[in-house]
Write a protein that binds this ligand. Structure first.
Ligand SMILES: [Zn+2]
Length: 434
């Protein structure tokens, strides 16, 4: 081969090699989106977020006597979030919201956990009596549901979910890279040794994110008796705390544990991990929604459920790790966990009644019915956490947080003067479900 021929061959090879290189699409996290070994979203099983919200809208329109839908918007520095909230409440004209037992459920706080929003749709379909659970007697369900007002957030992080549907299957954070389950004020911003900003970025301040602002507002104004933050990545039933390795003291904590044990027995085949998020999951999580709902909003029963996880999946294969990929598992997860939710409706008021009965048993030996417990409980609760005290508590909490933030930012500034932060390559995705 002549010299010219060699040069021609060499440059053609370089050209082809570069073409090959750039044809491999690599996302921001270094995941190869064309990698055939990664499981894509199963469109036969999962709705697109748009279709899912359309189905929910249609469901609400078919049942105006039970369901209402509102969209709450918030914006911060050019970033906007819309959070849809569905409210279930029967006989709306007859009684006001405050006399009912209130439950707040959030799904899809992490973008990649698609199965959780499918569960939200299933629960709403059962609440509107378009689908039925096999072991649930419709008449007893009806009398139970009359006592409740239930708010469901089917897709808390729709911006993050959009990124996942565009191919970034490992994204758990919101539309601008903040983990919505690290953006709350209880123990905000603390970082563990294995902290990974691609997973757990807490944001620039507590409640810096519009989604978290909306959820906080919802939590405080609705003042629920039960809060459940629904996630996937493992099978677990968590109670506070996430930021420390202990559960709270007292009767309320015992009642929470008791309820979780029953759910594990009835609906999780005893497979679910039970206990404090921080103590059971193997890492501490700081600035979580459930710790805030328990500590600041004073929700007496605050939980984080992890409804599915494939621990054998490769850590890069996020769709498979966080979501069932075959129809049998998909249906099994939705059936088991919607049944678990209705068990909460059945047992929750009784467990809360126990909290009050034990607390007041020293004052009176008189037997009181569950309904009376509940009413008494509701009254005591509203006087204990009246608006003024709540605002004061929140104010103090915020001042403390901002002071901590001020200190933290001063230290950071000093640090930035002294050292240049090198932008290292992203470590392998660690499978953090919570
Ligand atoms: Zn999660």
């Amino acid at each position: 081969m002549g010299r010219l021929g060699f040069l021609f061959f060499f440059f053609s090879w370089c050209f082809l090699a570069s073409l090959q290189f750039f044809s491999i699409v690599v996302d921001a996290k270094g995941n190869n989106l064309n990698d055939p070994s990664l499981t894509p979203i199963n469109r036969d099983l999962y709705h697109s977020s748009e279709d899912l919200m359309e189905e929910i809208k249609a469901l609400v329109n078919r049942h105006p006597d039970k369901l209402t839908l509102e969209t709450v918007k918030s914006r911060n520095k050019g970033y906007q979030a819309d959070v849809k909230v569905v409210t279930f409440c029967r006989r709306r004209q007859e009684s006001d919201d405050k006399s009912k037992f209130r439950i707040l459920l959030s799904f899809g706080q992490h973008g990649r956990e698609l199965i959780t929003s499918e569960l939200a749709l299933r629960i709403l379909t059962i609440l509107s009596e378009e689908q039925f659970l096999p072991d649930l007697d419709p008449t007893s369900l009806n009398s139970t549901l009359d006592k409740f007002i239930i708010k469901v957030v089917p897709m808390e992080n729709s911006n993050g979910r959009e990124l996942v549907e565009a191919g970034d299957l490992c994204e758990r954070r919101n539309g601008r890279g903040v983990d919505l389950n690290r953006n709350w004020s209880v123990d905000w911003g603390k970082k563990e040794k294995d902290y990974d900003p691609y997973e757990e970025n807490p944001g620039t301040a507590p409640f810096s994110e519009p989604e978290t602002q909306i959820m906080r507002k919802l939590g405080i104004s609705f003042d629920p008796h039960i809060w459940v933050n629904v996630h996937s990545g493992m099978e677990a039933l968590f109670m506070p705390y996430d930021h420390k390795n202990t559960t709270p003291d007292g009767i309320a904590s015992q009642q929470m544990k008791l309820l979780l044990k029953k759910l594990n027995h009835l609906h999780c085949d005893e497979r679910c991990m039970i206990g404090s998020g921080g103590g059971s999951v193997g890492y501490l999580a700081h600035g979580t929604a459930t710790d805030y709902m328990y500590d600041i909003v004073k929700v007496p029963m605050a939980f984080t459920f992890e409804i599915y996880g494939d621990e054998a999946a490769s850590p890069k294969d996020c769709f498979k790790m966080f979501n069932p990929t075959d129809i049998n598992t998909f249906n099994r997860v939705l059936n088991d966990w919607s049944a678990a939710f209705f068990t909460i409706l059945k047992l929750g008021p009784h467990q809360l009644g126990e909290i009050l009965s034990k607390a007041s048993s020293s004052k009176s030996e008189k037997w009181v019915s569950i309904d009376e417990y509940l009413e008494g409980y509701l009254m005591e609760r509203s006087s204990r956490y009246g608006k003024k005290k709540e605002v004061l508590e929140l104010g103090m909490q915020e001042i403390r947080t901002y002071f901590r933030l001020f200190l933290l930012s001063s230290v950071l500034l000093m640090f930035m003067f002294c050292a240049r932060i090198s932008k290292g390559k992203r470590p392998i995705v660690s499978a953090i479900p919570l």
